[in-house]
Design a protein around this ligand. Structure first.
Ligand SMILES: O=C[C@H](O)[C@H](O)COP(=O)(O)O
Ligand SMILES: C=C(OP(=O)(O)O)C(=O)O
Length: 467
C-alpha cells in the first residue's frame, strides 16, 4: 500500500495523505457520479463568508470554528448535530456578549469525514492494518474488511454532508437559533456546572436586553436567525475535485463541498497538490501552521493562495502547542505584517497539545488548551495585531476525552471516550473555554489563563503529538 499517490487535480504535484484506493475503476465511477450531483454550498454563500472573514482579518470581528475531530456516518443524527450547533451558538453568545465583538460562526461540520494520519498503518497484538482515515475512506473497526479503503464511502460522505447541512440550514433560519432562544439552547445539557450556571445568568441578561429593545420598538430580523457556515479539511482531492463547480455568474471555480476549506499541517507543502488545487477556487481558505512552520512558508501561502491580497480569502490557523506558541508565533505574525499580507489569525489550541495518557487514550489537558489560547492572545496584544478567532474540536455530548476544565479526571477517560480520532471538548468544557476566552479577549494579560483546573494532573503522559 502506498502512502501517497498523484490525484487528478489538474496538476501533477504530489498529493500527500491520499488513500490507496484499491479499485481505480470504481473510484472513477464514484467521482464521475459525484461530479454530476449538485454542489452542497453555493458560490454566493462562500463569497459572504469571505466578506465576513475579511472583517476578521481587519480586526473588526472574531471567528469561532468548531466541531468534531472526525464526523462519522453514524453520528448523523438530529440530536448529535443539534448538540454541536447549540454548543457553538452558546459559545458565540458568550464571546459576543462577554467581549462585545461580532462572532462569525463556522462548523467543523458537514464534510469533516477524512483524516490525515501520522502513520499509514496501525498494529494491534502483532496484526498490522491500514490506519483509519475517516469514514470517507475506511471503517474504524480493526478488521481487514473495515480498514480497506472503499471509494463508495465518498458518496456516503456527500449524502451525510447534505443531510447535516439541511439540518444546519433549518436550524439557523427556522427561528430556534434566534437570540430569544439563548436560554433554551442550554436546556438539554447538564447545566449544573460553574460554566452552565454562568451561562444561565448571561441568558437572563440577554432576555432583559431583548425585552428592553422590544419595549423601545427595536426589532430586527437578525435577532431571529443566525448566519452559520460549514468547513472541513480539504484532504481528499478526488472528492474535492469532483465537487468543484464553475460559478456561472463569474466563471470562477468554487469548492462545492463546504464554505471554507482548510489545508492541514500534513498537506500544506507549497509545491504539493493541495495548495495547487485550492489556489484555483474562490472559497475562503485556511492553512494550519504547526510549530515547524516558517515565515517564508507563510508568505508563500499568502502569495500563492491570495495573490490579490484580498481580506478574508486567507486565514492562518496556528496550532503550535502551549509550550511553543509564545516563541514561534511572533516571528510569523511580524513578517507577514511587514510584507503587507492581509490574513486572519486563528488559534487552534487542540492539535499541538495532544498526548497519550497511561490508559492509552489520546487526550489533551484543558489547562494546556487555555494556556495556548492565552499565549496566542498575548502575542497579538504585544504586537498590536488582531487575535482573530478560535478553532476547536468539540461536541455537545457529555464525553470524557479531554482532562480538566470542570470535572474530567485522567481516570475518567474511559467512561465516555467516543471520538473516532482526536479528543474533543465536551459541552461544559466548551462553555468554560468560551467564558475564559471572552475574558482574555478583553485583557489577555490579566485574565485567568492556563493554570491547570480541578482534575488535571500536570506532568502525566508522554508522546506530545505536535505533528
Ligand atoms: O486530527 C488530526 C490528525 O488527523 C490526528 O491528530 C492524527 O492522529 P494520529 O497522530 O493518531 O495519526
Ligand atoms: C488534522 C487536523 O489538524 P492539523 O492538520 O493541524 O494536524 C485537524 O484539524 O483535523
Amino acid at each position: 500500500m502506498t502512502e501517497s499517490r498523484r490525484a487528478d487535480t489538474g496538476n501533477s504535484r504530489p498529493a500527500a495523505q491520499q488513500p490507496a484506493w484499491p479499485d481505480p475503476e470504481l473510484l472513477g465511477e464514484v467521482t464521475a457520479g459525484l461530479s454530476r450531483l449538485p454542489e452542497l454550498v453555493f458560490a454566493e454563500e462562500c463569497d459572504r463568508l469571505r466578506e465576513r472573514m475579511g472583517a476578521v482579518a481587519r480586526g473588526e470581528a472574531f471567528v469561532l470554528q468548531g466541531g468534531d475531530c472526525a464526523e462519522t456516518f453514524a453520528g448523523v443524527t438530529a440530536d448529535a448535530i443539534n448538540g454541536k450547533l447549540r454548543t457553538l451558538l452558546q459559545m458565540a453568545v458568550v464571546l459576543t456578549y462577554g467581549a462585545s465583538v461580532p462572532v462569525v460562526k463556522i462548523g467543523r461540520l458537514a464534510g469533516q469525514y477524512a483524516k490525515p494520519r501520522s502513520q499509514p498503518t496501525e498494529t494491534r497484538d502483532g496484526v498490522t492494518l491500514p490506519a483509519y482515515r475517516g469514514d470517507a475512506v475506511n471503517g474504524l473497526g480493526f478488521t481487514p474488511a473495515e480498514r480497506r479503503p472503499d471509494p463508495r464511502r465518498l458518496l456516503r460522505m456527500y449524502e451525510s454532508s447534505a443531510a447535516t447541512l439541511n439540518l444546519v440550514r433549518a436550524f439557523s433560519t427556522g427561528g430556534y437559533a434566534g437570540l430569544h432562544h439563548a436560554r433554551d439552547w442550554n436546556r438539554a445539557f447538564v447545566t449544573d456546572s460553574p460554566a452552565g450556571r454562568r451561562y444561565e445568568e448571561l441568558a437572563d441578561d440577554i432576555d432583559r436586553s431583548l425585552r428592553f429593545m422590544e419595549a423601545c420598538g427595536v426589532t430586527s430580523q437578525q435577532l431571529h436567525a443566525v448566519e452559520f457556515f460549514v468547513s472541513h479539511e480539504g484532504l481528499l482531492l478526488d472528492y474535492e475535485k469532483a465537487l468543484t463547480r464553475t460559478d456561472p455568474r463569474t466563471g470562477y471555480a468554487y469548492a462545492g463541498s463546504g464554505h471554507m476549506l482548510w489545508i492541514g499541517e500534513r498537506t500544506r507543502d507549497l509545491d504539493g497538490a493541495h495548495v495547487a488545487h485550492f489556489a484555483r477556487v474562490r472559497n475562503p481558505l485556511a492553512v494550519k501552521l504547526g510549530p515547524g512552520a516558517t515565515a517564508d512558508e507563510a508568505l508563500g501561502y499568502a502569495a500563492g493562495l491570495n495573490p490579490r491580497n484580498e481580506p478574508g480569502r486567507l486565514t492562518f490557523v496556528v496550532r503550535m502547542g502551549a509550550e511553543r506558541v509564545r516563541d514561534r508565533l511572533p516571528e510569523l505574525v511580524e513578517k507577514v505584517r511587514a510584507a503587507g499580507a492581509v490574513v486572519a489569525w486563528v488559534c487552534d489550541p487542540m492539535h499541538g497539545n495532544t498526548f497519550v495518557a497511561p490508559s492509552g487514550h489520546k487526550t489533551r489537558r484543558f489547562g494546556d488548551i487555555m494556556d495556548e489560547v492565552q499565549g496566542f492572545f498575548q502575542v497579538h496584544r504585544a504586537l498590536g495585531t488582531h487575535a482573530g478567532g478560535l478553532h476547536v474540536e468539540l461536541t455537545g455530548d457529555d464525553v470524557t476525552e479531554c482532562v480538566g476544565g470542570d470535572d474530567v479526571l485522567v481516570e475518567d477517560l474511559h467512561r465516555r471516550y467516543e471520538t473516532a480520532c482526536d479528543p474533543r471538548l465536551n459541552h461544559r468544557q466548551s462553555l468554560e473555554l468560551a467564558f475564559r476566552a471572552a475574558e482574555m479577549l478583553l485583557d489577555p494579560l490579566d485574565a485567568p489563563g492556563g493554570a491547570p483546573s480541578a482534575g488535571e494532573t500536570p506532568g502525566i503522559g508522554v508522546s506530545k503529538g505536535a505533528r
